[in-house]
Design a protein around this ligand. Sequence first.
Ligand SMILES: C[S@@+](CC[C@H](N)C(=O)[O-])C[C@H]1O[C@@H](n2cnc3c(N)ncnc32)[C@H](O)[C@@H]1O
Length: 209
Amino acid sequence: MARWLASVGIRENSRVLDLGCGKGAVAIEVARATGCVVTGVDAFEPFVMSCRGLAAVKGVGSRCDFRVGLAERFRAEPFDAVVLLNLFPFERAIPIARRLVRPGGFYLIDDAVAIGTEHSSLPTAEEVGEAIGANGDRVERRKVWTRAEVRARESRNYALLRSNARALMKAAPKNRALLTECLARMKAGIADLTAEIRPACWLVRRGRR
Ligand SMILES: C[S@@+](CC[C@H](N)C(=O)[O-])C[C@H]1O[C@@H](n2cnc3c(N)ncnc32)[C@H](O)[C@@H]1O
């Protein structure tokens, strides 16, 4: 994500907004790698606290401003780039990003897309591209993960989650059922992402409309 943003001119003094920033992994790496100034917003206060701590540890605390808030209610001067990752479906993400990015600036969005016909409630990658173009915006970069890439990434993540879950079960056996269910859901999610839906990401230049 940081490389993509750097490739379209996000640099020192650029202003970047990360909505639903979670624990700040992307926001902090973008600040570190490009030298830009980042605002991160998340609805969950413990994540925002964690972002502030991590930004300080990574040496970018003075260029990062993390706040508790709802993405849909956030108002500010338009940014050079807006990031919305793993937050809303495309049809919700696009208007929120457009509202907060200056004309000629960039937005970065992701979600799952349908590959076959089974998940017809999800758009295909082509449909997302059309929705972006209909606003007069231009796709600069697009990535739809392949089945092999999803498998490799998710099996690494799942192994880590399973080992964390086992440690938590040992520490608090009363949570065993909850953790077992959580792992089962993760596994089902991975099966979905390697079947007829895939994660996909778009970097878009906002048009003047
Ligand atoms: C799946 S995580 C994604 C985190 C990060 N963007 C990433 O890709 O790693 C979704 C995050 O959005 C936050 N969130 C959910 N709904 C939100 C909303 N309406 N406004 C702001 N944050 C929200 C959650 O607290 C969570 O941290």
